[in-house]
Design a protein around this ligand. Structure first.
Ligand SMILES: CC(C)(COP(=O)(O)OP(=O)(O)OC[C@H]1O[C@@H](n2cnc3c(N)ncnc32)[C@H](O)[C@@H]1OP(=O)(O)O)[C@@H](O)C(=O)NCCC(=O)NCCS
Length: 215
């Protein structure tokens, strides 16, 4: 029996339905002109203020303490745009530019061939414009150059947008011992704590040096 029926109270993404999280059913608009830069500690306060809103009301700000901007800046990214008509949520820090998205991640100290993406999000006014993909590609290019062969990240299995996004950009959910189908994706029950199920997504950057762990 799948988790859908055994845990009906599981946070169905603790989220709103896909239809309210996703873009309108119109043609995708082009990616706006973006600038990418490394975060600094000055970016923490303005971004953490936006975090819960960018995650559709989920309380994620506690997952984004200041140390990410102090100790993991060299593997993290901020995307900014100058298009005030679309990114209407204020600037980050004292720099010009409006926040279009950010990604915080790192190369594992214990597994130097693996990198992990902790959190990534894009401005809700600029969704489905290729910004999430661009942030992930920057991160993957970065860590590939540092010898990483696989990038991993974890996702709430009920978060259909995040699941579809990761699938679309070349990640696959690990489907092996310990996983169960949850909301249509293989996931590990209680992965992060009791009740905190996670799908573990992997993207192989170097198939020659890496056997595919999702196979
Ligand atoms: C997930 C998230 C980062 C995607 O950002 P984005 O800038 O909208 O993503 P992109 O425009 O680069 O989308 C890339 C592809 O992902 C898929 N995708 C993105 N949003 C989708 C949606 N709402 N429904 C279905 N597929 C979607 C599409 O295939 C898309 O390509 P396409 O638009 O050419 O069809 C964004 O929705 C977000 O910030 N969500 C809240 C935070 C979150 O869940 N973060 C991820 C886990 S930490």
């Amino acid at each position: 029996m799948s988790r859908e029926t055994t845990r009906p109270d599981r946070p169905l993404s603790a989220t709103r339905p896909l239809s309210t999280l996703g873009p309108p059913a119109s043609r995708p608009r082009p990616t706006p002109p973006l600038r990418f830069r490394r975060p600094t500690e000055a970016d923490h306060a303005p971004l953490v203020r936006l975090a819960d809103d960018w995650w559709g009301g989920r309380p994620v700000r506690r997952l984004l303490p200041r140390f990410w901007f102090r100790h993991f800046a060299s593997t993290s990214w901020i995307a900014e745009t100058d298009d005030p008509a679309e990114a209407a949520t204020g600037g980050t820090g004292s720099r010009p530019g409006l926040p279009a998205g950010f990604l915080v991640g790192f190369v594992s100290p214990d597994r130097p061939d693996e990198a992990f993406i902790h959190l990534a999000s894009t401005n809700p006014n600029l969704r489905r414009r290729g910004i999430g993909r661009a942030l992930y590609e920057r991160f993957c290019d970065d860590v590939r150059a540092r010898g990483v062969v696989r990038v991993t990240t974890t996702v709430w299995p009920g978060d259909r947008v995040a699941v579809e996004f990761h699938r679309a950009i070349g990640f696959r959910a690990i489907d092996g011992p310990g996983t169960q189908p949850m909301y249509g994706v293989p996931a590990f029950p209680d992965y992060d704590a009791e009740g905190e199920d996670r799908a573990v997504f992997v993207r192989v950057l170097d198939p020659v040096r890496e056997h595919d762990p999702t196979g």
